[in-house]
Design a protein around this ligand. Structure first.
Ligand code: PEP
Ligand code: MN
Length: 397
């Protein structure tokens, strides 16, 4: 699988986005250039996704030995295990600490697997490197803190080790990229990111919402940085891992980090999201890895013609939106003349009910149409407020 497949729709705006337009617009943000090696220069170039697997936390040396004995080692490139665990609440298991680094190293050696662990400050980096850990990642709770990331970057100066930066807990692309820039500036060229989903205020089926649009935006801004998806921390439930991993493959992402434990239900952390090493093997077998393109002329001709239809429909949508805004402006002028409020809650409620009913009849996803109308309506209110605040006698150009 080409690991830097172009993701279709990469410049499209997303309704789920939480960031200001100026921040997300490709022209405004542009491409961020980092000096990073292609993934194929530091992992096997076998056309398959990079797999990092192993328990959430190192618990005992036997647990790690048992994990590698049962892991599908031919499909796994790195054995992971958390040594120092950043837990949300105190009194949870906070990791074995430095002592477990040697266990991880020995378990990796036994199965000829490279090893990976999370680092949260400079001393972790030093301890991990002293014990021969092969890959380091920065956890989501650390990425949010530029002081910590800078401290880690300082400890990495002059070291040739792959480093992956997990996305921050909130959907803040600039913070994620900023962390990556700090690591890059320390001279790390085996550089990548881990997509582990984002915390949301509302309860969803995921532990951390995948917000795929953030990943698409990331890829369009940093096309040369490999992206590894972590379906375990996104799903929070082992039964969601396969579908999330498949989605990552459908988008042409480069790898997967999956938590596997010899006895998942008894795990000392993240029990509900870990799978047995055997189930990990099944998941990897079941995954369909997509090609970026194909040479099949019939497929390409039909894709081309369908894309032309999409282009035409999008132009029609924009024409209709422009027409709608002209009418919104006329209503705004009328309200201004009579000094009537822009936001009419009752009208908005009936409008939305009507559009959602119609959307349902047309078989459209209601959440999608609701999000669409939230944006359309807030832009209408914004335009009318602008009209209302014009000085007397002046009209909007
Ligand atoms: C982990 O990988 O075990 C972990 C703690 O993940 P995150 O930083 O994504 O919460
Ligand atoms: Mn975990």
């Amino acid at each position: 699988m080409p690991r830097h497949a172009t993701v279709t729709g990469q410049h499209s705006g997303s309704l789920l986005r939480t960031r200001a337009t100026a921040d997300i617009h490709p022209e405004a943000t542009g491409i961020v250039k980092l000096d990073a090696l292609p993934l194929t220069r530091w992992t096997p170039d076998d056309g398959r996704p990079l797999v990092i697997a192993g328990p959430c936390s190192a618990e005992t040396e036997d647990q790690l030995t048992e994990t590698v004995r049962r892991l599908p080692v031919r499909r796994v490139s790195y054995l992971r295990a958390g040594i120092w665990k950043a837990r949300t609440r105190p009194n949870s298991f906070e990791g074995i600490g430095d002592r477990a680094l040697a266990w991880l190293r020995r378990a990796g050696d036994r199965a000829q697997l490279k090893t990976a662990t999370e680092v949260a400050h400079g001393q972790h980096v030093e301890a991990a490197l002293e014990n021969g850990i092969d890959l380091l990642w920065i956890g989501a709770r650390t990425t949010v803190n530029p002081f910590s990331v800078q401290e880690i970057a300082n400890a990495l100066r002059g070291v040739d080790v792959p480093v992956l930066v997990k996305n921050p807990t909130s959907p803040d692309l600039a913070l994620w990229i900023g962390a990556l820039e700090r690591v890059s500036a320390a001279g790390i060229r085996k550089l990548g990111v881990i997509h582990r989903g984002f915390g949301t205020a509302s309860k969803t089926r995921y532990r951390n919402h995948p917000m795929w649009e953030q990943v698409i935006e990331f890829r369009s801004m940093l096309p040369n940085i490999p992206i590894v998806t972590d379906p375990s921390h996104i799903g929070g439930r082992r039964d969601l891992i396969l579908e999330i991993a498949q989605r990552a493959m459908d988008l042409g992402l480069d790898g997967l980090m999956i938590e596997a434990h010899p006895n998942p239900d008894q795990a000392w952390s993240d029990a509900s999201q870990q799978v047995t090493p055997e189930r990990l093997g099944e998941i990897l077998e079941l995954l369909a890895v997509r090609r970026a393109t194909t040479a099949d002329p019939q497929f390409n001709a039909s894709l081309e013609s369908l894309r032309e239809s999409i282009d035409r429909i999008d132009h029609e949508i924009l024409d209709v939106l422009a027409e709608r805004m002209r009418i919104v402006a006329r209503i705004g002028e009328a309200k201004r003349a009579k000094n009537v409020m822009t936001l009419q809650v009752a009208r908005w409620k009936t409008l939305l009910e009507d559009r959602l009913q119609r959307a349902g009849e047309l078989g459209l996803n209601m959440e999608y149409v609701k999000a669409l109308y939230d944006v359309i309506h807030s832009e209408s209110v914004r335009l009318q407020s602008e009209i209302m605040s014009l000085p007397p006698g002046e009209r909007k150009k």
